[in-house]
Design a protein around this ligand. Structure first.
Ligand SMILES: [Zn+2]
Ligand SMILES: [Zn+2]
Length: 225
C-alpha cells in the first residue's frame, strides 16, 4: 500500500502525517498550533483517533511545542530520542547554534526574543528511542525511525521503505534560511549531520521531507556531503 503524505504548515515549520495501514505524524509543531492542527485534520478528513504515534525529529521548541496537546486530542504516543528527552519533559527552549553566517546572525537576533515569547508546556514521552533503528510496522507503517544526530544529539528521521525520508532539521529548504535545499543553518555538530546523511542515503533515502520547507530529491544534498 502506497502511503499517503499530508503536509501541515505552522508558520515556518512543516509537520507531516503519514497514512498507510496505520497513521503516524512526524513532529508536533510549535507551541499553540492545536487550533490549526484541528483544521488540517478536518480538511484532510482524518479522524484524530487515527493518529497513533507522533515521532519527534528532535525536541526543539518549534518541533515539539504542541506535541502534548496533539497527544491529548488524538491519544497518540510521543516518541523522542533519549538524548532529547529532557528538553521535551522539562519544556526547555532549545535552538542549536548557527553554523553559517546567516545562521549565527539570525540566532543572535531572534533566539532571545523567541525564548521570551514562547511558553512551552513540559510533555511526557511515551517511547524513548535508544537504538539505531526502530521499526514502525506495529503502527501500520512500512518504515522505521533512524537515529540521525547532528542538529541535536537526539535527532531522528523517519525513513519509509519507498525511500521517503522525513528528516526534521537535517536539511533546510525555506527562503528565510536558505535559497535552495541545503544542510541546516543551525546545528550542534554539522560534521555529525554529514555522517547521518550518509547513513540515510545508504539505507535508501530518496525524497526528502524537511521540517522547514518543501520536499526535494536527495540528489540536491549529496554535493554538500
Ligand atoms: Zn531544531
Ligand atoms: Zn526547527
Amino acid at each position: 500500500m502506497k502511503p499517503q503524505i499530508f503536509s501541515l504548515k505552522f508558520g515556518i515549520n512543516t509537520c507531516y502525517i503519514i497514512k498507510g495501514m496505520g497513521t503516524i505524524m512526524v513532529d508536533g509543531g510549535p507551541p499553540n498550533a492545536i487550533g490549526k492542527f484541528k483544521k488540517y485534520l478536518n480538511k484532510f478528513g482524518i479522524d484524530p483517533k487515527e493518529i497513533q504515534l507522533v515521532v519527534l525529529s528532535h525536541a526543539d521548541f518549534d518541533h515539539m511545542g504542541s506535541a502534548g496537546a496533539i497527544k491529548e486530542l488524538t491519544g497518540a504516543k510521543i516518541a523522542v530520542h533519549e538524548n532529547d528527552k529532557a528538553n521535551l519533559e522539562e519544556g526547555k527552549f532549545n535552538w542549536p547554534p548557527g553554523v553559517t553566517t546567516w545562521g549565527k546572525i539570525s540566532h543572535a537576533l531572534f533566539a532571545p526574543l523567541m525564548k521570551n515569547k514562547m511558553k512551552i508546556t513540559p510533555q511526557k514521552a511515551d517511547i524513548i528511542l535508544n537504538v539505531n533503528d526502530y521499526p514502525l510496522e506495529e503502527f501500520g507503517i512500512d518504515g522505521k525511525i533512524v537515529f540521525t544526530p547532528g542538529h541535536t544529539s537526539g535527532s531522528v528521521s523517519v525513513l519509509l521503505n519507498n525511500g521517503n525520508a522525513f528528516v526534521g532539521c537535517m536539511a533546510h529548504n525555506i527562503r528565510m534560511f536558505t535559497l535552495r535545499p541545503n544542510l541546516p543553518i543551525y546545528a550542534e555538530d554539522i560534521d555529525i549531520i554529514k555522517e547521518s546523511w550518509k547513513v540515510l542515503i545508504n539505507q535508501g533515502a530518496k525524497k526528502i521531507y524537511p521540517g522547514h520547507g518543501k520536499p526535494f530529491s536527495v540528489e540536491r544534498i549529496k554535493k554538500y556531503l
